[in-house]
Write a protein that binds this ligand. Structure first.
Ligand SMILES: Cc1cc2nc3c(=O)[nH]c(=O)nc-3n(C[C@H](O)[C@H](O)[C@H](O)COP(=O)(O)OP(=O)(O)OC[C@H]3O[C@@H](n4cnc5c(N)ncnc54)[C@H](O)[C@@H]3O)c2cc1C
Length: 475
């Protein structure tokens, strides 16, 4: 990596024009810190190309000058991947001006969009043609297609439709030397060797710059039923998943879990939320069945499934949304959890996954171990049961100081990751590695896997100019 000279900035400015290169401190500042203010860096300039050719020119110029680039989309990532380091020697490459929907074809069930298109705009473009683009995240009003691809984002639709990787047909990528790989095909079948798009999905910008993507569309699902249920334990939530699938098959589109502790925080801090039942329960689930207009009587299916769940003692109370407003208020209880932790002081977030059947044992084991490390530590547990994905977050014990809690952060996270590792789980289910989990990756990822990842990185980016310092722990 070389320092960024005036000559390099001048050539970038002549390639991109004045709108394409920001250098004034006030213009640069918003790109140097992540959405939560947790990661901060420095950069001499922000590059804002308006099309693939311009991205290619930028990358070639930087490659020739030995300057490192940090790709950035909506900057909503949770692991610090889109923020430059503190050296000031890296440049941020923002895809924010590349917002064209190139093609939306309902007959092909595909949509081809540029990397800077915001996720919600893709959902809307699909809806405008009577189709569904099913990726759905809390950040969908700000995150971009390039970002959700680079982090292989998940969210609430994974149970039925899969992660971003499963929703992708083809990619256009600018490689670290500036060449453009045009893999922008919408084929459902193409067995002509290595499926290269999967290298770039989830790579967090360390192998190249994604400039456009061809994505899958699905039939719209305007028929929808939503219920909020109470459960005695996590084992019931796991058994409920199987029961729901027996009754509703592919119509099960969400099955979300929350602990009482998580609901307590939402009720305390999220305006307009209400206790869903007369008495408190240990665990809650939010379930949704959905279908295209013509198919299935979802109300009857839900009623039968809930009847069986009550009989088996999996569910001890339930409320079914009777209107769109009620549905929204049930989802608000689930979606409010992350923000409701903020007023409680610093929180330690863990986005882990486990084999689905092991979720009950993990919650029991991790809870026991954490109580030993820091008695009273609050476990704000929620997640996507069907994906084996828990957001296993911690807040300080009532009455503890922020400083005392933060001082134990390493020990607490270590205890959680040890439990995950013992049960063959993953320390990052959907948020990625970035810089935040790079050292944990060194400890918990298989060394052979890390070696293979380094070999891929060396093959594609031998000069380490694509988002250096992210994902891979130094050897
Ligand atoms: C409120 C909230 C809720 C969230 N909920 C979820 C959730 O439910 N599930 C989930 O999976 N995630 C969730 N996230 C995090 C999620 O990872 C990001 O929202 C999103 O995937 C990143 O998109 P972005 O455009 O903001 O990318 P950025 O944050 O800008 O970048 C993320 C990473 O991708 C790289 N990158 C960005 N664009 C490109 C490109 N064009 N080419 C190559 N690399 C690129 C960056 O270098 C960085 O490493 C949530 C975040 C927030 C703030």
């Amino acid at each position: 990596m070389q320092p960024v000279s005036d000559r390099v900035i001048d050539s970038l400015r002549s390639a991109l024009g004045p709108r394409g290169v920001l250098t004034a401190r006030d213009d640069v500042a918003p790109y140097l810190v992540d959405w939560r203010g947790a990661h901060r860096g420095d950069a001499r300039a922000i590059l804002r190309p308006a099309g693939t050719e311009e991205v290619s020119t930028v990358v070639r110029l930087c490659h020739d000058a030995g300057v490192a680039l940090v790709p950035q989309g909506g900057n909503t990532g949770l692991c610090g991947g889109a923020v430059p380091d503190s050296s000031g020697e890296q440049l941020v490459l923002s895809l924010g001006r590349m917002r064209r929907i190139r093609r939306c074809d309902p007959n092909d069930d595909s949509i081809t969009v540029e990397a800077g298109v915001v996720l919600r705009d893709v959902q809307q473009a699909a809806a405008d043609t009577g189709r569904l683009f099913p990726l759905s995240l809390g950040s969908e009003g700000s995150c971009t297609i390039g970002g959700v691809l680079a982090t292989n984002a998940g969210g609430t639709g994974v149970l039925r439709y899969g992660m971003m990787r499963d929703l992708t047909l083809g990619l256009e990528v600018v490689l670290p030397d500036g060449r453009v790989w045009d893999g922008l095909r919408t084929l459902r079948k193409d067995n002509t060797g290595y499926d290269l798009k999967h290298l770039f999905i989830g790579a967090e910008g360390t192998l190249g710059i994604i400039t456009a993507a061809a994505l899958k569309l699905f039939p719209a699902t305007p028929r929808r039923v939503t219920a909020w249920v109470a459960m005695p334990d996590v084992a019931s939530a796991v058994a409920m998943l199987a029961l729901l699938r027996e009754h509703a098959g592919d119509h099960v589109s969400a099955w979300e879990l929350m602990s009482r502790q998580a609901l307590d925080l939402v009720l305390a801090h999220a305006a307009g939320t209400q206790e869903p039942f007369r008495r408190e329960h240990a665990w809650y689930g939010l379930l949704e069945l959905s279908a295209p207009r013509a198919t299935a009587d979802l109300d009857a299916t839900l009623e039968t499934a809930l009847g069986h769940a009550f009989e088996r003692g999996l569910v001890t109370d339930a409320v079914v949304a009777g209107s769109p407003a009620q549905r929204k208020s049930l989802w608000a209880l689930r979606e409010g959890i992350s923000e409701a932790q903020n007023p409680e002081g610093p929180s330690l977030k863990h986005d882990v996954s486990l084999p689905i059947g092991d979720l009950p044992a993990f919650v029991e084991r991790a809870g026991r171990v954490l109580e030993g490390v820091l008695p009273g530590v609050r476990r704000v547990t929620y997640g996507h049961v069907g994906d084996g994905n828990l957001h296993y977050n911690l807040s300080k014990p009532v009455g503890a100081t922020d400083a005392d809690f933060v001082a134990r952060a390493g020990e607490l996270s270590g205890a959680i990751y040890d439990a995950v590792s013992l049960m063959s789980g993953s320390i990052s289910a959907e948020h990625g590695i970035g810089t935040a989990k790079r050292e944990a990756a060194r400890t918990y990822k298989d060394p052979v896997e890390l070696d293979l990842m380094r070999a891929v990185k060396r093959a594609l980016d031998p000069d380490d100019l694509m988002n250096p310092g992210k994902v891979l722990p130094p050897a």
